[in-house]
Design a protein around this ligand. Structure first.
Ligand code: SF4
Ligand code: SF4
Length: 380
C-alpha cells in the first residue's frame, strides 16, 4: 500500500491569486509562468488546503443520513410495538425499503413484463428508480450525494485521514481485481433475476419471506451474529484506511449505478487550453481518477461529487457539462437542488398513485412477526 496525499474540497485562493498576479503580463507568457509556478507550488498548496471542510454536498449527505437514521428508529419502534400486545401508534416507514435493492430489481422486471407494480415493497422500486434516473442524468450522483452508506464510507476515510494523517491506496495489481468484485456481485444478482420467470418472481414477491424482509434486515443488525460483527469491524477498519472501500470494491448497487452513468450525457470536462497542470483535481478525486490527464471523465467510478471542479483554480477549466447544453449549467447548489427536488417529487407522486406504502396491513404484519422464526420465513 502507498500513501494517498493531498485532499481538498474548496477552490484554492492561493493559486487563484497567483493567477491574478501573473495575468498582468502577456497571455502566452503568463500561462507558461502560471504552469511553472503552479507546478512548483502544487504540493505546498495541496498541503495548505482544508481536506475536512464541508461543502454543500456534505450538508445534503448529512441531511439524507439523518433522515435515514430517523427512518431506522421509526421502523424499530414500529416492530417493537407490533411485537407487543398494545396499540401500534406509528406506521411502517416505507423509506426503509431503500435497503431492499434485490427485491426492487425483481419488482422492476415484473413491472416491465406485466405492468404490475410490486404492492409488498413498492417504495423499494421508487427508490431504485430514483437512483437510476439521477445516475443516468448526473453521473453516479446517487452515490456521491445521496446514499447514506456512501456518506458513512466517506466520513470513515476522512476520519482515518485525521487519525493517521493519510489514507492508503492498494497497489494496482490488487486494486484492479478487487474493483471487479462489485461487478461480479452485480452480475450474479442480475443473472439470477433475469433467469427467473415472471411466475417465479411473483412467487418470490408474495412469499412470507419477502413480506417480512425489512424485519429480517433489522434483525440482521439488532440480533447480529458474531460473524456479521467481525465482518462489519473489518469493513470499518478498511474504510478508515482506504478511501470509499465499500463503494470502490464491494457495492453492487453502486456498480449498477456506475453502468447507468456510462450512458449519461453529463460528465466532467477539462479545457486543456486553460489547464495549468496543477493536478489538484486528481488529488482531490475520491476515486483517484486522473482528471488532469483526461479531456472528459467517462469512468463509471465518477460519482458526480464535483470536488474536482470546485478545487480547480482556473475559471471555466474544469466543469460538469451536459451534452447539448453548451456552457455548464451545473453548480453544486443546482445539482443538490435537482437531486432533492426530484426525490421529494417522486416520493410525493408515488404516494398519490398508491405506489409508496406496502399493502401488508398492520394486523397481517403483527401475525407474521409472531411466527417469523418459522422456516417459511427463510430466504426461498
Ligand atoms: S472526477 Fe470529479 S466529480 Fe468525478 S468522482 Fe472524481 S472528483 Fe468527483
Ligand atoms: S483541470 Fe486540474 S490540473 Fe488543470 S488547472 Fe484545473 S485542477 Fe489544475
Amino acid at each position: 500500500m502507498y500513501q494517498d496525499k493531498g485532499q481538498c474540497s474548496e477552490p484554492i485562493s492561493e493559486v487563484k491569486s497567483l493567477i491574478t498576479e501573473i495575468q498582468g503580463s502577456g497571455e502566452c507568457e503568463s500561462r507558461t509562468k502560471v504552469k511553472k509556478q503552479s507546478s512548483r507550488s502544487t504540493k505546498k498548496l495541496a498541503d495548505k488546503t482544508r481536506p475536512y471542510s464541508w461543502g454543500l454536498r456534505n450538508y445534503v449527505q448529512l441531511g439524507v443520513f439523518l433522515v435515514t437514521i430517523a427512518i431506522g428508529i421509526h421502523f424499530f419502534i414500529y416492530v417493537h410495538q407490533a411485537a407487543g400486545e398494545g396499540a401500534i401508534t406509528v406506521s411502517r416507514p416505507a423509506g426503509v425499503e431503500g435497503f431492499l435493492p434485490i427485491g426492487a430489481l425483481m419488482g422492476w422486471k415484473l413491472f416491465l413484463l406485466t405492468g404490475i407494480w410490486d404492492p409488498i415493497h413498492p417504495a423499494a422500486m421508487v427508490i431504485l428508480g430514483f437512483a437510476a434516473v439521477i445516475s443516468f442524468a448526473l453521473r453516479k450522483s446517487f452515490c456521491g450525494w445521496f446514499c447514506p452508506v456512501g456518506t458513512l464510507s466517506e466520513w470513515l476515510w476522512k476520519l482515518g485521514r485525521k487519525i493517521l494523517g493519510k489514507n492508503y491506496r492498494l497497489p494496482l495489481w490488487l486494486d484492479y481485481p478487487l474493483r471487479s468484485l462489485k461487478y461480479l456481485l452485480l452480475a450474479f444478482f442480475v443473472w439470477t433475476i433475469f433467469s427467473m420467470s415472471r411466475l417465479a418472481i411473483l412467487a418470490f414477491l408474495s412469499s412470507p419471506y419477502y413480506k417480512m424482509s425489512d424485519v429480517k434486515m433489522l434483525f440482521f443488525f439488532t440480533q447480529m451474529s458474531g460473524t456479521t460483527g467481525v465482518v462489519l469491524v473489518i469493513l470499518v477498519l478498511a474504510s478508515l484506511i482506504i478511501r470509499n472501500f465499500w463503494c470502490r470494491y464491494l457495492c453492487p448497487y453502486g456498480a449498477l449505478m456506475g453502468l447507468f452513468s456510462l450512458l449519461s450525457p453529463t460528465r466532467v470536462q477539462r479545457n486543456p487550453e486553460t489547464c495549468i497542470d496543477c493536478k489538484l483535481c486528481s488529488e482531490v478525486c475520491p476515486y483517484h481518477l486522473t482528471v488532469d490527464r483526461k479531456l472528459r471523465i467517462v469512468s463509471p467510478e465518477c460519482n458526480g461529487c464535483m470536488d474536482c471542479t470546485l478545487v480547480c483554480p482556473v475559471r471555466d477549466t474544469l466543469e460538469l457539462k451536459t451534452i447539448g447544453m453548451g456552457k455548464s449549467i451545473w453548480s453544486a447548489a443546482r445539482l443538490g437542488l435537482v437531486i432533492i427536488v426530484l426525490y421529494i417529487g417522486l416520493v410525493y407522486s408515488a404516494t398519490i398513485v398508491g405506489h409508496w406504502k406496502s399493502s401488508v396491513s398492520t394486523d397481517e404484519f403483527r401475525l407474521r412477526l409472531q411466527e417469523i422464526h418459522l422456516s417459511k420465513y427463510t430466504h426461498p
